[in-house]
Design a protein around this ligand. Structure first.
Ligand SMILES: Cc1cc2nc3c(=O)[nH]c(=O)nc-3n(C[C@H](O)[C@H](O)[C@H](O)COP(=O)(O)OP(=O)(O)OC[C@H]3O[C@@H](n4cnc5c(N)ncnc54)[C@H](O)[C@@H]3O)c2cc1C
Length: 305
């Protein structure tokens, strides 16, 4: 494609600007996006889509892709939860009117093999710079939000990697609305360097007596290898936070890797849970019920793949 053709496609499809970029590490970014038409309201926990043209270059090191004839002029879109900075520069909870951007927390998924994959978005996103243009989805959507939660409930979030993104927005909302009951966030990553929001949450823990955070890094030599599921099964969650997972007064939110979540398949009316057990199976054994768009429950989840 000529550079003029590329520019025409960009003009046609791109409707937002990347305004801030925080490179946590090479393959993990927090970035902010401003849509040309301004911000639309959303419920913390929801997601939108971001997109770039298949014609855009991938970062170095990404393996081959199978691009069908004509496909190079198409737009690649993926879902992204809206994250949140939570605290402003003065260390106070961000007031909503000061936010004129959407924040995203995204990890690069490269094809490290020589076997071609269908075109991926993140190897293109990680080629962007501050000021570059991209496509922003037409709406904010998703049932993963705080609807139905009462002031008297305890709230426990479990996430893996960038699954922490929607929880930042949800925790901001709870603290801003003055939720007084316990709020706990457990975040599991491979390395500590993958815990981009850790210092923010440690500040929150100091500011709010009812807020507790636990970060787990499964591949750090100095830490025991522990996953979110282990925190629950071993009783470590209660020991570290004082919060008991009591189904009568707790809502649990799970986001990220499907194996942490462990959503069961239903066959002939029977639930078949994946092995090893995810949090859903562990909690359903102690009286929790999985929520769905059509059924109330106190386990809410968003699987990223
Ligand atoms: C509702 C929803 C919200 C999402 N929000 C986010 C978000 O806030 N941040 C984010 O980084 N991703 C998020 N994702 C995943 C995102 O949509 C893309 O799938 C991801 O960025 C990879 O895109 P890709 O085109 O490069 O590769 P894809 O072809 O989409 O995925 C290739 C493979 O990458 C792996 N993968 C996908 N997402 C991740 C991830 N986050 N971490 C590790 N491995 C992954 C899976 O094994 C997947 O099969 C979300 C997904 C959904 C469904």
């Amino acid at each position: 494609m000529t550079s003029q053709e590329i520019q025409e496609l960009r003009n046609k499809y791109y409707n937002a600007t990347l305004t801030e970029l925080f490179e946590v590490q090479k393959a993990l970014w927090i970035f902010r996006v401003k849509p040309d038409k301004g911000l639309i309201p959303f419920k913390p926990g929801q997601y939108t889509t971001l997109g770039l043209g298949i014609w855009e270059k991938c970062v170095e090191g990404n393996g081959p892709e199978t691009i069908k004839p004509g496909q190079e002029k198409q737009l690649l879109r993926r879902a992204y939860s809206v994250s949140h900075p939570v605290l402003d520069k003065e260390g106070k909870l961000f007031s909503p009117e000061k936010i004129d951007f959407y924040e995203f927390y995204v990890t690069l998924v490269v094809n490290a093999s020589k076997i071609p994959t269908p075109p991926r978005l993140t190897p293109r996103v990680f080629g962007l710079k501050k000021g570059d243009r991209l496509s922003f989805g037409p709406k904010m959507t998703g049932h993963y939000n705080l609807n139905g939660l009462k002031n008297t409930d305890q709230v426990v979030f479990f996430s893996t990697g960038t699954g922490e993104a929607p929880h930042n927005a949800m925790i901001w909302e709870l603290l801003t609305k003055g939720h007084k009951n316990p709020i706990v966030s457990c975040v599991c990553t491979r390395y500590r360097a993958d815990q981009a929001y850790r210092s923010l949450h440690e500040k929150l823990e100091k500011q709010f007596n009812n807020y507790k955070v636990i970060y787990l890094a499964t591949r750090e030599k100095e830490e025991p290898k522990m996953y979110c599921q282990d925190l629950v099964v071993s009783g470590e969650l209660e020991k570290r936070t004082g919060v008991k997972l009591d189904a009568a007064k707790t809502h649990v939110y799970l986001c990220g890797n499907p194996s942490m979540i462990g959503r069961p398949e239903v066959k002939d009316g029977q639930k078949i849970y994946p092995k090893p057990a995810g949090i859903i199976e562990i909690l359903e054994k102690s009286g929790f019920t999985m929520a769905s768009p059509t059924q109330k429950g106190n386990i809410h989840f968003e699987a990223y793949w």
